[in-house]
Design a protein around this ligand. Structure first.
Ligand code: SF4
Ligand code: ZN
Ligand code: ZN
Length: 303
């Protein structure tokens, strides 16, 4: 197998793109894909500070690595979710983030839910206060990402969602014809009053491409899965897409990219900006009287 650019020994075969790359040209392919995504979609302005939400996994750490290499003003945010007890998943993840930040001299803010909220996600599950761990986790993550961005003076928050993540979310939304979510699903959510812009610069790279990038760049990342992920529907949807991809390479990328190109604009009117107002409890902008994070806080206070 030879690199399609230099005919050297290939380390990566990308059947979906009908290509193979040597180490250097694979890294160049990743950089080009991500920098073009950022430029074309106007994700990050010149000189703008970016808060990168890093979980300790391959995607978010690779994203931070890329944005630093592109010369952006990067700050890291890590949310310690309170999952897995002492030495468990959350502690392990934090260790990888801390070592990554230290090695690169990057400013890194860590918010531990157990300190900031008085409880972590395991506790939400134990007290049966949320519908599912991932929905409680998601709403607290969104709250803290946004709050940290405002506090850190960053107008943009970048997350490491890759093509597999985005295609699985899209499939889930299509299966339910959830038009509101389809209207919001894209690699860029513009900033609105009280909300930072949210961008996903890795959205056109597959999980495998990002994993290989991390390995080739020597990025150490947590390999353990969150214990709550096992039952998650998104994993099942990813499996289905991987089987389709095996049969006909390129399906995943066509599904997502053609959605963005042809279908997304038709749904965006469905997601007309809802009226936002400050939450009665915490002041965060919300569509209801009390924001989703505070509603979970209320339930945790009474259980
Ligand atoms: Fe949170 Fe669910 Fe992800 Fe675990 S799998 S980190 S609970 S969203
Ligand atoms: Zn090459
Ligand atoms: Zn609130």
């Amino acid at each position: 197998m030879k690199c399609v650019v230099c005919r050297g020994r290939a380390v990566a075969r990308l059947p979906a793109k009908n290509a193979a790359f040597c180490r250097d040209h694979f890294l160049a392919h990743v950089e080009r894909t991500v920098s073009e995504t950022i430029r074309r979609r106007r994700m990050i302005g010149k000189g703008e500070r970016v808060l990168v939400a890093v979980s300790g996994g391959k995607d978010s750490l690779s994203l931070a690595d890329l944005l630093v290499r592109f010369g952006h003003d990067v700050r890291l945010l890590h949310l310690h979710l309170g999952i897995g007890g002492p030495g468990g998943y959350a502690d392990l993840s934090r260790g990888f983030v801390e070592r990554f930040a230290e090695a690169r001299g990057l400013p890194c803010r860590i918010v531990a839910f157990e300190e900031a909220e008085g409880w972590g996600i395991d506790e939400v599950v134990r007290r049966k206060a949320g519908r599912a761990p991932c929905s409680a986790c998601g709403r607290m993550k969104r709250y803290w990402m946004n709050r940290a961005a405002l506090e850190e003076g960053a107008r943009v928050v970048a997350t490491g969602h890759n093509l597999d993540d985005e295609a699985a979310t899209l499939l889930g939304n299509v299966l339910r014809w959830d038009v509101e979510s389809l209207g919001r699903q894209g690699p860029l959510l513009p900033e609105t009053e009280g909300f930072a812009r949210r961008v996903k610069p890795l959205c056109l790279l597959t999980e495998k491409e990002v994993a290989l990038y991390a390995i080739l760049r020597g990025i150490a990342y947590v390999r353990d899965e969150c214990p709550h992920a096992a039952g998650a529907r998104s994993l099942f949807l990813k499996e289905i897409l991987n089987r389709l991809e095996e049969r006909s390479p390129g399906t995943k990328s066509a599904f997502y990219q053609e959605f963005l190109r042809r279908a997304a604009p038709r749904f965006s009117t469905e997601a007309d900006r809802p009226d936002l107002r400050p939450c009665d409890r915490c002041g965060a902008m919300t569509t209801s009287v009390i924001c989703a994070a505070c509603r979970l806080r209320d339930r945790m206070a009474t259980r």
